[in-house]
Design a protein around this ligand. Structure first.
Ligand code: B1M
Length: 222
């Protein structure tokens, strides 16, 4: 069995080379890449967040841990990119203005691309106008906002308002996710079409909003 606890520890303590080596081992042993991300890599960063909150570590350590996670994600990425040529629709995605966190956004992007959706990634610190302009330019069916900081709430609201007040509002749905957000704020206060608590829910809701049928559940014994 791959040493998952060692992998978590390597990410938490920012030992990038060890983290990469342990990820390679897990991949070689056939561990499911999505499980690797959701059961070990994301929880490792949650531990980092808790340590930061308790002032046991500071921004540089948090940054080094994030880089280790990203190096592991780079290894997992090709395993998730399967049906990239299906073109089932276009999604514009970005982290809201004032916020530089992008690991969650990148994960959502990766999962969407693996389903054959075209993703226009606007990066981090994105202003509301840029979301609207990109949605128009690319005839997107969905605009996805990521927000990790509570100070980002006004920009989430501003961006949803800008999308809903634009002349393309009837063609584009808006979905928001990220640790700072709640369903109530996103759907009731901002009036977005959907909130997603994690990447898997985000992908499922984006498919629903675009009218893409859910994958058939394998029948018993198949
Ligand atoms: Co920052 N940071 N950080 N940070 N950081 C948090 C978010 C924080 C909660 C840590 C803490 O205090 N516990 C805290 C925010 C507190 C708050 O606002 N309530 C915080 C802070 C305060 C800060 C700074 C202000 C610190 C400072 O400078 N004093 C600063 C802000 C800089 C800025 O943005 N302007 C800062 C900086 C950084 C680093 C640069 C060091 C680094 C980011 C590196 C990077 O992203 N490239 C960093 C990190 C790594 C974190 C933590 C530890 C981990 C974030 C992460 O990547 N998680 C984080 C604590 C935590 O979250 N536990 C923290 C893994 C990732 C996969 O999860 O992004 O939540 P997440 O995405 C999830 C879901 O939220 C969802 O799906 C993903 C997977 O399931 N999701 C979506 C996200 N976007 C979605 C979009 C969707 C759908 C789902 O549809 C479109």
């Amino acid at each position: 069995m791959p040493d998952f606890e060692a992998l978590k520890k390597a990410v938490i303590s920012g030992k990038r080379i060890d983290a990469v080596e342990l990820t390679k081992q897990a991949i070689d042993e056939g561990v499911d890449p999505q499980e690797l991300i959701s059961r070990y890599l994301i929880p490792a960063l949650n531990v980092v967040g808790n340590k930061f909150e308790k002032k046991e570590i500071f921004v540089p350590e948090m940054m080094i841990a994030a880089r280790s996670m990203q190096a592991c994600m780079d290894l997992v990425k090709p395993l998730l990119q399967k049906d990239v040529n299906l073109h089932q629709g276009t999604v514009v995605i970005g982290t809201v203005f004032g916020d530089l966190h992008d690991i969650g956004k990148n994960l959502v992007k990766l999962l969407l691309e693996s389903l054959g959706l075209k993703v226009i990634d606007l990066g981090v610190g994105v202003k509301s106008k840029k979301f609207v302009d990109a949605a128009k330019q690319h005839s997107a069916g969905i605009v996805g906002l990521s927000s990790l900081l509570t100070t980002g709430d006004p920009y989430v609201l501003e961006t949803v308002n800008a999308m809903k007040g634009s002349d393309i509002s009837s063609n584009v749905k808006v979905i928001c996710g990220g640790a700072a957000l709640t369903r109530k704020f996103v759907e009731e206060t901002c009036g977005a079409d959907a909130y997603a608590k994690d990447a898997a829910e985000g992908v499922r809701k984006i498919k629903e909003l675009l009218g893409i049928p859910a994958a058939p559940t394998p029948s018993r014994g198949s």
